[in-house]
Ligand binder design. Structure first.
Ligand SMILES: [Zn+2]
Ligand SMILES: [Zn+2]
Length: 368
């Protein structure tokens, strides 16, 4: 679809105030309302465009981004999938305009909402993967009244106000406006005796258990989507999805860098100079590692395939061993002596050796 200028869609200037924008949208919403334009695809498109434009321009943040960056600043606007979304999203406007919301338009299928569940797991659960049982609140159809909201044995009568249609018609300006029936809240039925268990709602809150499989290698922020486990749909609409958002606890032994694990291995400066064999903690078992002689402090040794698994794959990240060379801070006199000797030995360059040898020779020959 071609991207239209939102100000043009609403027919307002770029400096229009909030009230002006709202007024312009109300006018268009009324004009292109599907109830007044049944089976007119152009009106429906205009109705959706106006909603999209209003959604951006009524929000100061989105409007500022749109002004600066155009559609790119608001992710292309997004738009609305269905008229029901629009009614639900701007219920304030449609409440004012028509005195009804989507619910009173009769039983149309609507998808259930997505749910979010925050779950904290241990580091080892993340490393190996796990099956975790969640306790979820769930809205379920009341078993007492089978969802009717009427007490068992009581009668559900057809609303006399609207003759069971759920709507009453009223003139407003040029239009005949469908209003929800106040007597039955748009359901077309009147419950004479509400169900005691659900207080006439037809729905009760229950707890249910759901087993979620957490794959190995997940990290904080990983979202697991469990299809169809969100809120139930309304009037036969599909259920929403459940999103399990993970927090993985830290492990003192390693730092995590994506799927790599970072371990810090301390060695003495003698071990660094001469080389040293160590054992570092691995996910399953200790990993033997040769710290090579001459290693520098800060050097990183890589042990391939000993990091975290990649979720859903056979590969694993690496273990990165960061070497820290420790400088001794308390030395005995003997150690100081040895280190001085060590340094002196290290200082002797070949030229010094030659000079020393030459001196010895000249001394021996009596030329000194
Ligand atoms: Zn009930
Ligand atoms: Zn009624």
């Amino acid at each position: 679809m071609m991207e239209l200028d939102y100000y043009e869609v609403l027919g307002v200037s770029r400096s229009a105030g909030d009230d002006e924008i709202k007024k312009a949208y109300r006018k268009l919403a009324l004009k292109y309302h599907p109830d007044h334009n049944p089976g007119d695809p152009e009106a429906e498109q205009n109705f959706k465009r106006a909603a999209e434009a209003y959604d951006i321009l009524r929000d100061p943040d989105k409007r500022a981004r749109y002004d600066r960056f155009g559609h790119a600043g608001v992710n292309g606007g997004g738009g609305f999938g269905s008229n029901e979304d629009i009614f639900a999203h701007f219920s304030d406007i449609f409440g004012d305009l028509f005195g009804f919301s989507a619910a009173s338009r009769g039983p149309r299928p609507m998808a259930g909402s997505d749910l979010r569940y925050n779950l904290t797991i241990s580091f080892s659960q993340a490393a190996t993967g796990d099956e975790i049982t969640l306790s979820l609140p769930k809205h379920v159809t009341c078993s007492e009244c089978k969802g009717s909201g009427a007490a068992p044995g009581s009668k559900v009568e057809t609303c006399r106000q609207c003759n069971g249609t759920g709507q009453v018609r009223r003139s407003q300006g040029f239009f005949q406006i469908a209003m929800p029936c106040n007597t039955c809240q748009g359901t077309g039925r009147v419950i004479t005796k509400p169900c005691a268990k659900c207080k006439g709602e037809g729905i009760v809150t229950d707890t249910r258990e759901l087993v979620v499989r957490v794959p190995a290698g997940v990290d904080t922020g990983t979202r697991l989507r469990v299809r169809g486990e969100g809120e139930p749909g309304v009037h036969g609409g599909p259920p929403g999805d459940l999103y399990v958002v993970l927090t993985v606890e830290l492990d003192k032994r390693w730092r995590r860098q994506g799927q790599d694990l970072v371990f810090t291995q301390e060695v003495s400066f003698v071990q660094a100079a001469l080389g040293h064999r160590v054992e570092i903690p691995g996910l399953e078992k200790p990993i033997p590692l040769d710290v090579p002689k001459g290693v520098q402090s800060g050097a990183v040794l890589r042990v391939p395939g000993e990091g975290m698994p990649y979720p859903g794959r056979r590969q694993r990240g690496d273990m990165l061993v960061e070497v820290r060379v420790l400088t001794p801070t308390r030395l005995s006199d003997r150690q100081v002596e040895l280190l001085r000797e060590f340094e002196a030995a290290g200082e002797q360059t070949p030229l010094q050796k030659v000079k020393k040898a030459a001196k010895k020779i000249s001394k021996a020959m009596g030329l000194d």
